[in-house]
Design a protein around this ligand. Sequence first.
Ligand SMILES: Cc1cc2nc3c(=O)[nH]c(=O)nc-3n(C[C@H](O)[C@H](O)[C@H](O)COP(=O)(O)OP(=O)(O)OC[C@H]3O[C@@H](n4cnc5c(N)ncnc54)[C@H](O)[C@@H]3O)c2cc1C
Length: 470
Amino acid sequence: MGLKTPAEYVASLRDGRVTYWDGERIDDITTHPRFRVPIEVASRDYLYDDPSHAELRSFATDEGGRAHRIYQIPRSEADLATRVELMYHTSIVGLVSGVYMALMSVKDAVAKVNPQYAANIEAMYRHARDNDLRAAEVITDAKGDRKRKAHEQDDPDLYLRIVKRSNEGIVVRGAKLHITGASLCHELVVMPTKGMRQDETDYAVSFSIPVNTKGVKIINRSFAPAELNAFDYPASAHHSIPEGFVIFDDVFVPWERVFLAGEVQLASLFAQSLGLWERTGGLVEAVRMSQIFVGLAQLVSEHQGKERDPVVQNSVAELISYAEMLRMSLDYACRNYERTPSGMIHPNVLAVNVAKYYYAANYHQTIRYLHDVSGGLVITLPLEADLRNEESGKYLRKYLKSVPGAEPETRMRVYNLIRDLTADAYGGWQFVVALQAGGGLNAQRIMMHRTYDMATARARALAAAGATPH
Ligand SMILES: Cc1cc2nc3c(=O)[nH]c(=O)nc-3n(C[C@H](O)[C@H](O)[C@H](O)COP(=O)(O)OP(=O)(O)OC[C@H]3O[C@@H](n4cnc5c(N)ncnc54)[C@H](O)[C@@H]3O)c2cc1C
């Protein structure tokens, strides 16, 4: 019980979990080169002594213990602001553990249908919090033929489902795809991917189980190979976290770990709640990255002596506009928070969905401005090894000179970051992440329709038109 050290976290991953990567079954992820960077990244969240983040990283629980702040239930605007600040300094493995916020947000509604499920949510939240666990958000099903409902698929397992119920618990079968950091977490928190209808009861299922539970298998994939040079890949050499293709091969879940088992009326609530917290996390990252894009566009322009050119200034202004719209939207969403009946607060649902939509819908064309100012060296710049080689390096130093003060090596680092973030494997991953992670564009459009004050908009439009309300 209590806070783990990074070494204890690493040791806790040696638990017999079944993982695969690139065709290889990996029995101990803590010693495998593929997992070196991912485990380093996730371990940093356990550095509770780090003076720069000591206060931010943990909080005092009501019971007098200390826990990672990702488990702090926000009850005031200040709590929410601290949570957002924490998100800027936490790995994605720490961030996805915020899945318990999604569960705690729906707990009151769940209690009305089945108080035992609500008690299970509370107990699992405390278990994860007090043992300093990390938990994956396990939502997206394989889904097969998108035209057909879960139970209409040729293979009934294309959405995760209950295949057996007993006095002790349920047995589930299916697969959940794209699960961020699944192999680096302790718990898999499973929820339905969408609302379920009456004939889909076996698919309305939510629970939490340890990653090493019998029958769970994870196939990993990441944008980064095991080893990347940090000069040539300044972002992805440090940031790689694999997604997992997670299989549930007849997995037993005891009742005390079940949050939903057939109550279809609650399925969409779980999915929506998770969407809110996922999208908030995505926005925080978008705010951070969009500011870096502005800085990179400015630097690359200064290094080429064109920062006063009106066309370049227009491009930088476009990047500023994008970055500031995102920053202000996130700020607005947190200031105009909403409250659950038990007093937990969460960011404004409409604002988060509009902001996430804006981020995703404009990401690709905004990056275009950065590429436009940067030029071709973004993708043709030679590698660090060529700079360090005496013979080739002298030419790089000579021909990468531009304006006074712009060191060739600094220029190379700037180009490398632009390429890594926007034009290479990690950059390609980011292009898809912007659109799909946290749900595709349509998931946000649906939430806009559900939460926008349409009655007022209609009434004002009618009044402005001089028409009679109907
Ligand atoms: C890097 C990354 C990390 C992720 N991490 C997680 C995670 O940790 N946990 C998790 O649960 N999920 C995660 N996701 C999954 C993400 O939420 C999904 O990718 C997203 O919801 C889209 O679902 P899909 O990939 O199954 O694509 P699809 O369902 O095929 O959707 C693709 C497009 O098709 C459209 N579409 C879908 N169904 C229909 C239909 N019936 N008719 C018409 N159009 C349709 C959608 O609107 C969308 O635009 C992650 C995704 C990525 C890329």
